[in-house]
Design a protein around this ligand. Structure first.
Ligand code: NDP
Length: 286
């Protein structure tokens, strides 16, 4: 069994990105990532801080715009509109979740699709669905990179994705399909989940339930990708997969932490640099 080292892979990709950014800087161009954070959600504060730290490390200019919990939807829309028009910012990201009084869909759709580095705008989701992706969600994109780096064969293989959220499960399924895997999506209403997951050559779990997937869900030799970020009963960070026992059955497995998480942030940075390069070359996605 091999543990997929997402941290190491992410660091390597970040080093490559840093060189790319340095080349842009030598031409007087600095990729810019604007992060909008509404309210004081603890987990969001940590995510936003991590994104800023990695952006700094790579040489991307990042700014976190902190708005009060009670900001109105219209005020937030106005802020997005302002940065959509500002050529100094190539990526705009609104940290989720938003407070209940703000309509998330309306906000995500206000971001210029060309600056939508999270890939959550329906335009970008549609392009992914149509097999012609532009900006894509970072978590599944990072997973595809990891599978590639570890030479996991996907063509013709059975892939099962557990979870159907717009940010992980659904785009993950589309990306695996694009790699010619035979894909099944499971969710909370799926019957006989373990029977289904046991058929998977590649299993991606993104449900948000601590240590839910046990060894009896796994086909011997399967590749297991654990997206979950949960706290166990002792408050320790853990995934959706019970690592100790599943790693006895799997051939490749991602740890939590140190697996999917670092790759997610790295892909976000890569898309920011990409968005910057497209904007200076006046490129459009056909
Ligand atoms: P959501 O809560 O949006 O979606 C969870 C999905 O899991 C839903 O589709 C739900 O089904 C399904 N589900 C829930 N319980 C079960 C169950 N018992 N059996 C089968 N399916 C189930 O979560 P996200 O997709 O946003 O995130 C999932 C996990 O990944 C979380 O732990 C999150 O923290 C983590 N995450 C980690 C990232 C990283 O970078 N490492 C990035 C993003 C997320 P239904 O649709 O029927 O309700």
């Amino acid at each position: 069994m091999t543990i997929i080292d997402g941290k190491m892979l992410a660091e390597k990709m970040q080093a490559d990105l840093k060189l790319k950014v340095a080349r842009l800087q030598s031409q007087g161009i600095v990729p810019g990532l604007l992060v909008i954070l509404v309210g004081e959600d603890n987990a969001s504060q940590i995510y936003v801080r991590n994104k800023a730290r990695v952006a700094d490390k790579i040489g991307i200019r990042s700014e976190t715009l902190r708005l009060a919990e009670n900001v109105s939807e219209q005020e937030l829309l106005n802020v997005i509109e302002k940065y959509n028009k500002d050529d100094n910012w190539h990526g705009i990201l609104v940290q989720l979740p938003l407070p209940n009084h703000i309509n998330e869909g309306r906000i995500l759709h206000a971001i210029d699709p060309k600056k939508d580095v999270d890939g959550f705008h329906s335009y970008n989701m549609g392009r992914l669905m149509a097999g012609n992706p532009a900006m894509v969600p970072s978590t599944p994109a990072g997973i595809v990179e990891m599978l590639r780096a570890y030479n996991v064969e996907l063509s013709g293989k059975r892939a099962v994705v557990v979870g159907r959220s717009n940010i992980v499960g659904k785009p993950m399924a589309m990306m695996l399909l694009a790699e010619n895997a035979t894909v099944t999506i499971a969710h909370s209403k799926t019957e006989n989940l373990a029977t289904l997951t046991k058929e998977a050559d590649v299993l991606v779990v993104a449900i948000g339930r601590a240590n839910f997937v046990t060894a009896d869900f796994i086909k011997s030799g399967a590749v297991v990708i654990d997206v979950g970020m949960n706290r166990d009963e002792n408050g320790k960070l853990c995934g959706d997969v019970k690592f100790d026992e599943v790693s006895e059955v799997a051939s490749l497995i991602t740890p939590v932490p140190g697996g999917v998480g670092p790759m997610t942030i790295t892909m976000l940075m890569e898309q920011t640099v990409e968005a910057c390069m497209k904007s200076i070359n006046n490129m459009t996605d056909d």
